[in-house]
Design a protein around this ligand. Structure first.
Ligand code: FCB
Length: 458
């Protein structure tokens, strides 16, 4: 792996943060009136490694204060979390659950008291089961359900929260959940997938409007994963598959939301679902592009599959993380430049990080040199993209804590902080200290730079 130097500072307004999501860390799945989500159901269908579930997860619901202290010790500027829709609206709509709403009041207040800016994401995949039973995202009404939920959240927290994301990785939950069926709710149907894509886009537009009108000074975006899709081989079939997959994975959401059109290979299928004003209602002004990125993808043709294309293994010569994703920081730099050029918005990297096989030593230390190397190289690649003109305003590590990694359950550890799932004890890893030091040094350089400029030395 290349050794990139983390040098120059990022400027006084650059935001360093960490990210998590509700189902992956909160636990307390049946407590204080929370309703079930499609992930509770999926876990019970035996679809997760080791039969794991999010029932307890990191028990963040009870231990959030400890987690806020961990973040304060890291020195992060911001924390991106998601609100669990079924915790605040157990049926997905109708009567709110005051206990659930009060939990996020406590969390937000604790963050603000610690000097950490809350970044609130409305949807990180935990759709209320009650709404799925009414058709979920395949139902046209789903955009109105989400609009009402967004208004509830915006009104409740908008006095203290200004940063709102509508959806996390809409292409991942739609393709894996409704196309390949490997994520909740486990549906495999191209028709369902196209409906989901269009309704989630409509839900996004409606939520942007609701947040904007409820929250003075709101700064709004959506969080998209964007990964180059390389053909697994040079055959015409794999090349066509990669092109098609790219449009589903990278463009199906940001293109209509930001450019006002569907990518060409999807446009025809979606045309039948569209009412005349839909595209205008989807393309609402937003303030930034949230980017999640871990690696590029390798795509092959899959003639018998629902979509005609599917995931292939990365070339064997590439280094990989413990979850099997290739390590390619150059691709991150190129993605930042591509996204900046295509959509013309400031970018916040809202997820980047790696899974490693971490062990706690008898001394209590958790050495994770592979995570430090990954972060150093990816942050270095981000600096290269900025030097080449990308407008990147912030960077958030996935994740603060080891957590429930979807179908991999607890077998993959992405945290800066180790979780012992038996005791729920939190242990900052070596990478946590490394990241804290990087943030501290970056700020110091900013201060030194300012002083030099004032003294006419810069
Ligand atoms: C992203 C998800 C996040 C986490 C990381 C590893 O796709 O948004 O919840 O699972 O991958």
């Amino acid at each position: 792996m290349m050794n990139r130097k983390v040098s120059r500072n990022m400027g006084p307004d650059f935001i360093w943060g960490v990210s998590t999501s509700s189902y992956q860390i909160e636990g307390a799945a049946r407590e204080d009136g929370r309703g079930p989500s499609i992930w509770d159901t999926f876990c019970r269908q035996g679809r997760i490694s080791n039969g794991d579930t999010g029932d307890i997860a990191c028990d963040h619901y009870h231990r959030y204060m400890e987690d806020v202290v961990l973040m304060r010790d890291l020195g992060v500027d911001a924390y991106r979390f998601s609100v669990s829709w079924p915790r605040v609206l157990p049926e997905g709509r109708g009567a709110p659950n005051e206990h659930g709403l009060a939990f996020y009041d406590r969390l937000i207040d604790a963050l603000l008291a610690a000097g950490i800016e809350p970044w609130l994401c409305l949807y990180h995949w935990d759709l209320p089961q009650a709404l799925h039973d009414r058709g979920g995202w395949t139902a046209r009404e789903s955009a109105a359900w989400f609009a009402d939920y967004s208004a509830l959240v915006a009104r409740r927290y908008g006095d203290r929260v200004k940063r709102f994301a509508t959806f996390n990785e809409p292409s991942v939950f739609s393709l894996l959940g409704y196309g390949f069926g490997t994520h909740a709710p486990g549906v495999c149907s191209r028709d369902a997938l196209l409906k989901v894509i269009h309704n989630v886009n409509r839900a996004h537009g409606a939520a942007v409007d609701n947040i904007r009108s409820a929250v003075a000074g709101a700064s709004i975006g959506a969080v998209h994963n964007y990964q180059q899709c390389f053909p697994a081989s040079d055959t015409a079939g794999d090349r066509a598959a990669a092109q098609l997959f790219e449009q589903y994975w990278n463009n199906a959401f940001p293109d209509p939301q930001l450019l006002g059109r569907y990518p060409p290979l999807l446009a025809e299928g979606i045309a039948d679902l569209q009412a005349p004003d839909d595209l205008a209602a989807i393309r609402r002004p937003v303030d930034w592009f949230g980017l999640n990125h871990y690696s590029p993808l390798y795509i092959k043709s899959d003639a018998g599959g629902v979509l005609g294309c599917g995931f292939a293994a990365p070339p064997p010569e590439l280094p990989r993380t413990s979850i099997g994703w290739p390590i390619q920081p150059d691709a991150f730099r190129d993605t930042l430049l591509t996204v900046g050029r295509r959509y013309g918005l400031p970018i916040y990297v809202l997820e980047n990080g790696t899974a490693t096989n971490d062990r706690v030593l008898a001394s209590g230390e958790v050495p994770d040199p592979d995570r430090i190397a990954y972060l150093r190289d990816y942050i270095g690649a981000m600096r290269e993209a900025i030097a080449a003109g990308a407008d990147v305003r912030g960077y958030f590590v996935w994740s603060l804590l080891d957590n429930f990694e979807w179908t991999a359950g607890y077998s993959q550890r992405f945290g800066l902080v180790h979780i012992d799932y038996a005791s729920l004890r939190r242990m900052p890893k070596a990478s946590a200290r490394w990241y804290a030091e990087l943030i501290r040094a970056d700020r110091q350089q900013v201060v030194a730079g300012n002083t030099a400029a004032r003294d006419g030395r810069a």
